[in-house]
Design a protein around this ligand. Structure first.
Ligand SMILES: [Mg+2]
Length: 288
């Protein structure tokens, strides 16, 4: 196939309209129409684990992806059919090298006496993802130094990802292999599929999408993203010489508002104008 295209998209508040802004009528249906073309390979890229991605597909009528990069980049699944998700073991072998072959439970015992770390639920852990609750007001620099020192002593190369669950009033810490990230997982998928940056687009909305948004991979920031993220993404892209590779959706495309799926479509049309013909849905189908 001549015009192959890999569409990688974040889920929450990017494809899934679960933010405060409104979604344009028919946006998700147009997105599904685009992804139904055999030239298009669809990959979901999410912090969610497999079961939560499957739940989102059902709840929000999302198209079944060809691939899912889950658990913040620590797992890649090839989705052969609904319910038939095959883990890419080569990816797990790659990231495993950063941890010297250790698994999350081994890392946990290395950190046994580090104060104020409270283990998250089992469903939120996996072989290459160790997740803790931390005090929301805690001294993250001190904690981060202590953890990094301990891991370095054991030649473990890790990435610490901090975030907040504001409604629950708790901080979150994910400890991952250093190259387990959305960016590196997408790069791995591109290499598996033998696709280059001219055949790939990514869409995201928030902090854990920034590494991709500022990279050489053509990327879309949906219009419902926060102002702060927009500034960071534009700065990162500019500093890396990737300004042309970042598109910020603003609405107006096909009379839609640029939020969520509408933003993804607007950006895909910006980078790959020939795909616009594939975004059509039958008249009336947009009204639910
Ligand atoms: Mg998101």
């Amino acid at each position: 196939m001549k015009n192959r295209l890999l569409i990688c998209t974040d889920l929450d508040r990017t494809l899934i309209p679960n933010g405060p802004q409104s979604e344009s009528n028919g946006a998700r249906q147009r997105f599904a129409a685009l992804c139904s073309h055999p030239e298009v390979t669809l990959a979901f890229v999410s912090g969610r684990h497999r079961a939560l991605i499957e739940q989102a597909i059902t709840n929000y009528c999302l198209p079944l992806p060809d691939y899912a990069i889950a658990d913040v980049g620590t797992t890649i699944y090839r989705v052969a059919a609904a319910g038939d998700w095959q883990r890419e073991s080569t990816w797990e072998a790659t990231i495993s090298a950063d941890w010297q072959g250790l698994e999350a439970r081994d890392i946990k015992s290395l950190l046994g006496d580090v104060p104020s770390l409270r283990l998250q639920e089992t469903a939120k852990q996996n072989r290459h993802k160790l997740s803790f609750y931390v005090p929301i007001q805690g001294d993250r620099t001190m904690l981060s130094d202590m953890i990094t020192r301990r891991l370095n002593d054991n030649r473990v190369s890790a990435r610490l990802v901090w975030s907040d669950d504001e409604p629950a009033g708790v901080g979150l810490l994910d400890i991952l292999p250093r190259c387990a990230s959305k960016y590196h997982a997408i790069r791995s998928l591109m290499s598996t599929l033998e696709l280059d940056t001219s055949q790939t687009v990514f869409a995201g909305d928030s902090g854990n999408d920034l590494e991709v948004l500022g990279s050489e991979i053509p990327s879309i920031l949906v219009a419902n993203s926060q102002q702060k993220v927009r500034q960071q993404a534009l700065t990162m892209a500019a500093n890396a010489g990737n300004t042309e590779q970042l598109y910020v959706a603003s609405g107006g495309f096909m009379n839609m508002n640029g939020n969520y799926a509408a933003g993804i479509l607007e950006g895909v049309a910006h980078f790959q104008p020939w795909t616009t013909a594939w975004m059509q849905i039958e008249a009336g189908a947009a009204h639910e």
